[in-house]
Ligand binder design. Structure first.
Ligand code: CTP
Length: 404
């Protein structure tokens, strides 16, 4: 899997730097061409010679220590990398990355590379929880940087908590997973809908729902990192759009329907994670409604079902629907899948802990027209997105869902 892959391993200065030797060794054994860059402070914890011996390449610390006159080292490494891994990543290097600083070989290479970057943080529990560190990581995640979260346990500083570098085996597994997923959806045009729709009553009031958009945004992010060209049609959601994803903002179910219909012919895969309002007010007042009567009645009219509409007119598209249920999951999910002519349907029982609106996790069951395909345990929404997209990728490789 890692043969012919160039992995730049950036080692920054924390006590966990010694664990990077195991990462380097495992990657080299798996056939990767590993190029190690260390920060000055990392060399205080572990000798460059260790990495040089394990990777069988020179280790670079100093930006100006150019060994080959034919190339500029940091640009050469930045261009050559298939993946840059920073492990351990200290709070300092994370801050520098977030702010675009380039004051040593590692940060300069990180700024110069267009390769995907995977970061494995390691630091004291309070440092990790510090809003500055969290904000920096969010900024990086928003730019598409991947993270291997630190583990929880005894820290070198004496504290017990979250901040310990994830075990080398787990980091190497994340690297394997990255290369396995990468490119699975290359060439595919994926249309994702997310968030809740907003149905106006008057200029300042509306009907909406609790959808956070997290599931749909996670799907867009994962599809992008699997090589797809992704368009996200989003209703109400207060999330940042994943890097490299085209976005179309819509308000009502009708706007969403128009946006989806316009893009359907050019899409290979359509994933409808949005929580679309089933009804809208018959009338939208042009001016703010004044309070007069003791009671007021709002008459609602049914919205057109977007999923069902595209299900009935699909040609080569692979269509995935979602269903939020509170009871009789299998029965309702299969009913929706057949009625709306979906290729897959993802159902979640929103009454379950860790599932549904607003949470970072989800518990889903995935169906095709023959019944249950997969029942996933509680996972992060990004994890669910990856599982779902892997399933879609398997089912679309043979031409189905390919729109030339
Ligand atoms: N959906 C849609 N257009 C609508 C309503 C729903 O495209 N007007 C889509 C959602 O995006 C989702 C799926 O239909 O992919 C299921 O939505 P859900 O609200 O669970 O199902 P409904 O068909 O609306 O059924 P009910 O509300 O009766 O459970």
């Amino acid at each position: 899997m890692l043969r012919n892959k160039t992995i730049v391993l950036g080692v920054s200065g924390g006590i966990a730097a010694y664990k990077a030797a195991a990462i380097c060794s495992k990657l080299a054994q798996a056939g990767a061409d590993v190029r190690v860059i260390m920060t000055e402070s990392a060399t205080r914890f572990i000798a460059p010679l260790t990495f040089q011996t394990l990777s069988r390449h020179d280790v670079i610390v100093d930006t100006f220590d150019e060994k080959d006159a034919a190339v500029v080292s940091h640009i050469d490494l930045a261009d050559r990398a298939d993946l840059v891994v920073v492990a351990p990543a200290t709070a300092n290097i994370i801050a520098k990355m977030a702010h675009g600083l380039a004051d040593d070989m590692l940060t300069t290479t990180l700024l110069a590379t267009t390769a995907p970057v995977l970061v494995a943080p390691a630091m004291n529990v309070h440092m990790y929880a510090h809003p500055a560190v969290q904000a920096n990581m969010e900024t990086l995640a928003g730019r598409g940087v991947l993270f291997v979260e630190p583990g929880t346990g005894q820290l070198a500083c004496g504290y017990v908590g979250k901040g310990r570098l994830e075990e080398p085996e787990q980091i190497v597994e994340a690297i394997h997973r990255f290369f396995m997923e990468e490119g699975q959806l290359r060439g595919k045009k994926v249309l994702v809908t997310a968030g809740g729709t907003v149905e106006r009553i008057d200029p300042v009031r509306y009907l909406t729902n609790d959808s956070s958009g997290k599931m749909g945004y996670a799907i867009a992010e994962a599809a992008r990192s699997m090589g797809a060209e992704v368009t996200l049609v989003t209703g109400k959601a207060s999330l940042s759009v994943p890097n490299g994803v085209s976005v179309v903002h819509v308000e009502s179910a009708q706007n969403m329907l128009e946006a989806v219909l316009e893009r359907l012919p050019g899409s290979d895969i359509v994933i409808k994670a949005a929580a679309v309002a089933d009804y809208r007010p018959v009338e939208k007042a042009v001016q703010k409604i004044k309070k007069n009567e003791q009671e007021m009645t709002l008459t609602l009219v049914k919205n057109q079902d977007i999923l069902q509409t595209i299900g009935s007119m699909k040609k080569n598209q692979f269509i995935v629907g979602f269903a939020a249920e509170t009871e009789r999951i299998d029965e309702y999910a299969m009913g929706k899948l057949l009625k709306k002519n979906c290729d897959l349907l993802v159902a979640n029982d929103v009454t379950q802990e860790g599932a549904g609106f607003g949470t970072d996790t989800n518990v889903v069951r995935i169906y095709d027209k023959n019944g249950l395909v997969r029942a996933l345990p509680i996972m992060t929404k990004l994890g669910v997105a990856r599982e779902l997209l892997t399933l879609i990728a398997e089912r679309t490789v043979k031409g189905e869902g390919t729109n030339k």
